[in-house]
Write a protein that binds this ligand. Structure first.
Ligand code: AMP
Length: 319
């Protein structure tokens, strides 16, 4: 028997006429890939059911998918599935509560155990990989259309940094290979995800020029509203620059601190070794061991976060 409730979830899906799939706010390719991939599999496999994608705007990731219109009435008697979202406050569109039954499918540490059923595999590279596993476990009853394969592949590519991060396992590669057999053009997806706008490219130049790197390899950059306005870039558009400091020799841990219009700072934290999600949790955030997000009320809290990251980096280097 599988460790994971793949069969139970399929049985629940069969019982509902309307299934509404949500994901997290400020979606990344894995949020959209897992949500859209699941929706496309279910649409193809159960043509008589209503399968709906819910959530806020997807920004410049609309080459992947766009959302459906959803009314409050649609939730009556529905099954709601949330993908790629560790905790309830991050679910995009809080009407996820209005369904009859709730399923969580995710790959983040399961700190907020919400929903009636959870399929959480923290060893999966991405939530899209879990959706592919769900499909494979139920292959006799489900169909994977080309569009689902494209979306799941995009999600895996997004969350593994195109197979760069240590979360990439032989299983991840086997899943990616299987998805590639489905006739979409992987190279097209890779290129779409690789492109940055000219203004983000210019912001990248600013980051490379102004990043500070400490002796123990903690890199830091502050992006104030003034800087974002200078480059005409929104917070959402900063997602493609998060991995950049990690490409620089000597950088072990890094934080990109983005001032929000409300005044606090969104902290995007990454690591090549030390486990940083405990730091994120202490500052109104969370996430993966090597990729977390937090919130700082002011610059003093940013300094505090950097100090905590510095302690981790020092310990790591002395081990
Ligand atoms: P980001 O830097 O926003 O790309 O987030 C990196 C990782 O941290 C993602 O896996 C998020 O799910 C997680 N994360 C970001 N912000 C938060 C938050 N406020 N609370 C919990 N987890 C978060």
């Amino acid at each position: 028997m599988s460790l994971f409730p793949y069969k139970e979830i399929l049985e629940m899906i069969k019982k509902y006429d309307t299934i509404i799939v949500h994901r997290h706010m400020r979606p990344d390719p894995d949020a959209l890939g897992s949500q859209g991939g699941l929706v496309e599999i279910l649409k193809e496999s159960f043509p008589k059911k209503r399968i709906i994608k819910a959530g806020g705007p997807v920004g410049d990731l609309d080459f992947l998918i766009t959302m459906d219109e959803v009314n409050d009435d649609d939730y009556k008697g529905s099954l709601v599935i949330v993908t790629d979202t560790a905790n309830t406050p991050r679910i995009s569109d809080e009407r996820y509560k209005l369904g009859s039954m709730l399923i969580k499918i995710d790959h983040h540490p399961n700190d907020d155990i919400y929903g009636d059923v959870q399929l959480v595999n923290i060893n999966a590279s991405s939530c899209s990989e879990i959706i592919a596993d769900f499909y494979l476990a139920n292959q006799d009853e489900l169909t994977l259309p080309k569009e689902a394969a494209r979306l799941l592949y995009a999600g895996i590519v997004g969350d593994t940094g195109r197979f760069l991060y240590p979360s990439t396992t032989p299983h991840t590669m086997r899943i990616a290979a299987k998805l590639m057999e489905n006739d979409f053009i992987p190279n097209e997806v890779n290129n779409q995800m690789n492109v940055v706008s000219q203004k983000v490219a210019k912001l990248t130049g600013y980051i490379l020029q102004n990043l500070t790197i400490s002796e123990v390899g903690v890199a830091k950059i502050l992006l104030t509203q003034e800087i974002l306005n200078t480059f005409n870039v929104t917070d959402m558009e900063t997602s493609s620059i998060v991995s950049i400091p990690g490409t620089i020799d000597g950088v072990l841990v890094w934080g990109i601190f983005v001032e929000q219009t409300e005044g606090h700072f969104r902290c995007r934290l990454r690591s090549k070794g030390p486990i940083i999600n405990e730091v994120a949790k202490r500052h109104h955030g969370g996430g993966h061991p090597l990729a977390s997000g937090a919130n700082a009320r002011n610059k003093e809290e940013i300094d505090q976060i950097v100090e905590e990251l510095t302690d981790l980096a020092s310990k790591w280097l002395n081990e």
